[in-house]
Design a protein around this ligand. Structure first.
Ligand SMILES: C[S@@+](CC[C@H](N)C(=O)[O-])C[C@H]1O[C@@H](n2cnc3c(N)ncnc32)[C@H](O)[C@@H]1O
Length: 331
């Protein structure tokens, strides 16, 4: 029988959200945590997850089909990668990030309306403080996800004589901590919104870097960012903002630098044709439903924004995140 690849591709796309929902439901019901270090029967899992066994068994078997769990005569267990990535107390856990993706399922369902009207499907205030549980998952989920590649930023650069780095919209401190670990003696100032700064202080203290990273509340639409920094970093920030707002933020970032200092812009970047990497084309749609005025951009567009803000000698570096680039401009 001839394989109908076109049908397979369209089916895979149409059924794609079924796969995601299995992951989201199993995470929300606590299945991976219940199985952290043990094999359990469906009946025992039903007790642990407060769900009737017949329905739960359907979900468990779908998890086996999707290779998240294994099953034998004694019950169900986590597959090795589920133990590593989907159990909350694992050092490699992505559970918070998965929960954020689950939350974004709703806004993504509004994609046709967002394309028609250009209006976002969720108010950014929910993610940025109005809902403390969401804020915590958003900030710590990003930390879980971005920690894996953060070390590639300092590795892509020469330190020169950098002693002070300003991390604007620094979130949990993921990149400040990566720079401190790579560049001994560096000190950082992280600026973010109230609520986020409490989380950042906690994470940075847990990592033993409170003596090198100062955390300050500030609004990057208005903050003057200080002066005499050697490096200002904007990581995964500009896709949230319009062109004009990005220029304005970068202009103030440039003013915070000593002469010859560097502004670093890190984020997912579109190729010039704007059709790849696929992840960034989807990231661009995520910005459409979530960040009013925000969008993903090409390296050339980011260079232009940086040039409009008064930066020069702009260079583009690859990073540990395949779809991301690090742009470096000088004051
Ligand atoms: C996508 S996260 C990136 C976090 C971090 N830089 C990273 O790369 O992992 C964007 C950050 O911008 C912060 N942010 C959003 N609006 C802000 C504002 N008006 N002033 C300061 N920070 C803001 C958010 O709280 C969040 O920490």
């Amino acid at each position: 029988m001839r394989t109908d690849l076109e049908l397979a591709q369209v089916s895979q796309l149409a059924f794609g959200y079924w796969h995601a929902q299995v992951l989201f439901a199993a995470t929300e019901l606590g299945i991976f945590d219940a199985l952290a270090d043990q094999r359990l029967t469906a009946a025992r899992l039903a007790e642990r997850c407060s769900a009737p066994a017949p329905q739960l068994r359907r979900l468990l078997d779908a998890c086996v089909g999707l290779r998240l769990l294994t099953r034998d005569a004694d019950g169900y267990a986590n597959a090795p990668h589920a133990r590593r990535l989907l159990v909350a107390d694992s050092p490699d856990s992505l559970v918070r990030w998965v929960r954020v993706m689950h939350r974004w399922y709703g806004p993504w369902g509004e994609l046709p309306a967002a394309v028609r009207t250009g209006s976002v499907a969720e108010d950014r205030a929910a993610r940025l403080g109005d809902d403390p549980g969401y804020l915590e998952d958003f900030i710590l989920g990003m930390h879980e996800y971005n920690s894996r590649s953060a070390g590639s930023l300092p590795a892509a650069l020469r330190r020169e004589d950098a002693a002070v780095l300003l991390d604007v919209g620094g979130g949990a401190g993921t990149h400040s901590m990566a720079f401190c670990r790579a560049w001994p003696g560096l000190t950082c100032e992280l600026i973010d919104l109230p609520g986020v700064t409490d989380i950042a202080r906690r994470v940075i203290a847990e990592e033993g870097l409170s003596d090198r990273i100062t955390v300050r509340e500030g609004d990057y639409y208005q903050d003057r960012f200080g002066q005499d920094a050697d490096v200002v970093l904007l990581s995964n920030v500009l896709h949230q903002e319009s062109w004009d707002r990005s220029v304005d933020i970068l202009r103030r970032a440039a003013k915070a630098l000593r002469p010859g200092g560097r502004v670093l812009v890190n984020g997912h970047v579109l190729d010039e044709a704007r059709t790849s990497p696929v992840f960034t084309t989807l990231h661009n749609l995520s910005a459409l439903v979530l960040w009013d005025g925000g969008e993903s951009r090409t390296a050339e567009e980011l260079k232009q924004i940086m040039a409009e803000a008064g930066l020069s000698d702009i260079a583009v570096h690859p990073t540990g995140e395949p779809s991301a680039r690090l742009l470096v401009g000088r004051a």
